[in-house]
Design a protein around this ligand. Structure first.
Ligand SMILES: *Cc1c(COP(=O)(O)O)cnc(C)c1O
Length: 390
């Protein structure tokens, strides 16, 4: 079997329309019908919708098809690309059409869509962590599990929730955005659907918005593709070109980002005494439960982790002390980011900082965090003491 990078670089080749090293950026919305009139088939006679016949870009387009083909080699499933991660979730809930949705901690936008469904369709939202609530699940319902979880990068037990969902006849979706392949493969545990915000690791350069659903069931895949035509949520032309560019370095980036994150977390963990402002570290690499080893393939954890600093003032100040971490939301890019999470998540503790680790040299990143923790200490602990002295 060929390796991940080989597959990602060449997996879309069958859709190449010119003999170039990289496919041209294609922004066409409409494509000429075949010149050969014998190939023209009336829509009423055409049967199942076929994405391979490129007609209009809301249906399919060359670089979107190439990207889907390449990513399919990596995930072992049928990949459907969307205009964003949330467009992917909306497509999934539309397809499953559940009466009940069991959901725990998850991306705020996924909760936002669930609320719209509650309002419009009377969807009942169940608490995934409450067994009395979960007991209400029935066949045809949907379980949503995000793991590793935003913003901490901590793992939740996929097998446990999959068995629970299936024992009730419900289907389960894993939002695997925080640990893309080859860090995690939820299909190993028998899940029904995997979703990614491709805006994050698949894109990897903080410059494209996209999402995907993956299913092993080819009939379900065909329905998702047909629904996408009418939901109008296909990935944009330009984004798919950017995504193809990104796929070529995907494996290199993701493995390096994951390694960097675990090294930084290990450094912080073993130097807790040195940093007076550092109160808590959250990351999959610090979890000891047995299921974690099964999920984190070869010990690779999410490249995202979080820390609690001693108070709100210190947490708010900290990003400004760093040289190599942009203070920005989002994650997954080659550039390291840090975010005072209270800015974008109303449920986040005001002491929490989320870190998305990039591909920079890890010693530089560690040195940067070290000096910033000490600088924050000088300003918020010593600074105050000095003031008291005056
Ligand atoms: C960003 C994100 C989403 C939403 O993706 P968009 O591409 O921004 O629509 C969903 N789930 C998780 C875990 C995310 O991080």
């Amino acid at each position: 079997m060929t390796g991940i990078s080989t597959n990602l670089i060449h997996g879309g080749d069958k859709y190449a329309r010119v003999h170039d090293v990289a496919p041209p950026i294609n922004i066409l919305t409409t494509f000429s019908y075949p010149l050969d009139s014998s190939k023209l088939v009336k829509a009423s006679d055409a049967g199942d919708f076929n994405v391979d016949e490129i007609v209009y870009s809301r249906l399919s387009h060359p670089n979107g098809l190439m990207a889907e083909a390449a990513i399919s080699t990596l995930t072992g499933g049928n990949v459907v690309l969307y205009a964003s991660g949330l467009a992917a979730f909306l497509a999934l809930i539309t397809h499953v059409n559940p009466k009940r949705l069991a959901i725990g901690k998850a991306y705020h936008g996924v909760h936002g869509i669930s609320k719209i469904w509650e309002r419009n369709h009377g969807l009942e939202i169940l608490d995934l962590y409450d067994s009395a609530s979960i007991d209400k699940l029935q066949p045809g319902d949907l379980v949503h599990l995000e793991t590793p979880l935003n913003p901490t990068g901590e793992h939740y037990d996929i097998q446990y929730y999959t068995d629970l969902a299936h024992s009730k006849g419900a289907v389960i979706l894993i939002d695997s955005t925080f640990s893309p392949p080859p860090l995690q493969d939820p299909f190993v545990f028998g899940v029904d659907f995997v979703m990614h915000s491709a805006t994050k690791y698949f894109g990897g350069h903080s410059d494209l918005l996209a999402g995907m659903l993956i299913t092993k069931d080819t009939n379900v895949y065909q329905k998702l593709v047909e629904d996408r035509v009418y939901l109008g949520s296909n990935i944009a032309n330009l984004e798919s070109s950017l995504l193809l560019r990104s796929l070529k370095t995907f494996e290199l980036r993701v493995l390096k980002q994951s390694e960097n994150a675990s090294k930084i977390v290990a450094f912080l963990d073993s130097n807790r005494d040195k940093f007076k402002v550092l109160i808590k570290i959250y990351h999959g690499s610090l979890q000891k439960e047995p299921f974690v080893t099964k999920q984190a393939i070869n010990g690779y954890h999410s490249p995202v982790f979080s820390i609690d600093l001693k108070d709100e003032e210190t947490a708010k100040l900290f990003p400004s002390k760093l040289k190599y971490f942009h203070h920005a939301t989002s994650l997954g890019g080659v550039e390291s980011l840090i975010e005072w999470r209270a800015l974008s998540d109303e449920h986040a503790a005001p002491t929490l900082l989320r870190v998305s680790v990039g591909v920079e040299n890890v010693d530089d990143l560690i040195a940067d965090i070290e000096q910033a923790l000490l600088a924050a200490e000088v300003e918020t602990i010593n600074g105050k003491l000095n003031l008291v002295g005056v």
